[in-house]
Design a protein around this ligand. Structure first.
Ligand SMILES: C[S@@+](CC[C@H](N)C(=O)[O-])C[C@H]1O[C@@H](n2cnc3c(N)ncnc32)[C@H](O)[C@@H]1O
Length: 205
């Protein structure tokens, strides 16, 4: 998925038709409302139109939100203005966070971004997440789940989307993160494993 495809996607869809503006984020809300992650310096990777960033600021977090689509960030800024909160929204590619100049965060959020990152950029992205999470900091990830028989990607409106087993996710992150919790949500119906999500709460070691 490249920048222009995401740009096109956001330019050609109305806000109420964007699926991730409607899908539930129960696990995210639960983690925050149970204070498993307390207000701190947070980085929202692939923030889209800013729903999670804005939610976090309202809960007392200091948030930087990054998205590759200018249009998504413009929507996010308008949403923050409407909500009367201040979020540092930045247009950038999360596979190159050099603009952060090594800044580290207490909480890094990837809510449905990793699975859209092209395979040849995945390693770079994972290393950026590792680099920018403080030791003892939390990383919360939501990605499409993969069951054994499935192939490694599915095709969606936004193009190729990868699906990951728990073993896949462990192989990416376990050298630098301790796995604290895992949750599976089935927002699109019981009968369709390729539309289930797995959510992981990790701590940087
Ligand atoms: C499925 S949406 C999730 C949006 C948001 N996290 C939410 O839950 O509402 C994935 C987002 O990641 C962004 N994205 C995809 N590839 C990216 C990249 N390489 N760098 C930054 N953002 C990217 C897309 O523009 C899109 O807004």
């Amino acid at each position: 998925m490249n920048n222009s495809k995401w740009e096109q996607y956001y330019q050609n869809i109305s806000l109420d038709k964007i699926p991730w503006n409607k899908t539930q984020a129960d696990y995210f809300i639960k983690i925050i409302s149970e204070s498993k992650i307390k207000p701190c310096l947070a980085l929202d990777l692939g923030c889209g139109v800013g729903r999670k960033s804005i939610y976090l600021v309202k809960k007392g977090f200091d948030v930087t939100g990054v998205d590759i689509s200018k249009t998504a960030i413009r929507f996010a800024e308008k949403n923050a203005e409407k909500a009367k909160v201040k979020v540092d929204f930045i247009v950038a590619d999360v596979t190159d966070l050099s603009f952060l100049r090594g800044r580290k965060f207490d909480f890094v959020l990837d809510w449905a971004n990793l699975h859209g990152i092209p395979k040849n950029k995945r390693e770079r992205y994972v290393s950026e997440i590792i680099k920018h999470t403080k030791k003892g900091g939390k990383f919360l990830l939501r990605c499409f789940a993969r069951d054994k028989a499935q192939k490694e990607f599915v095709i969606r409106r936004v193009g190729r989307v990868y699906v990951f087993s728990k073993e896949d996710i462990k192989s990416f992150f376990s050298s630098h993160f301790k796995f604290l919790e895992m949750n599976r949500s089935k927002p699109f119906g019981e009968g369709s494993p390729s539309k289930w999500f797995d959510e992981y709460l990790m701590e940087r070691i």
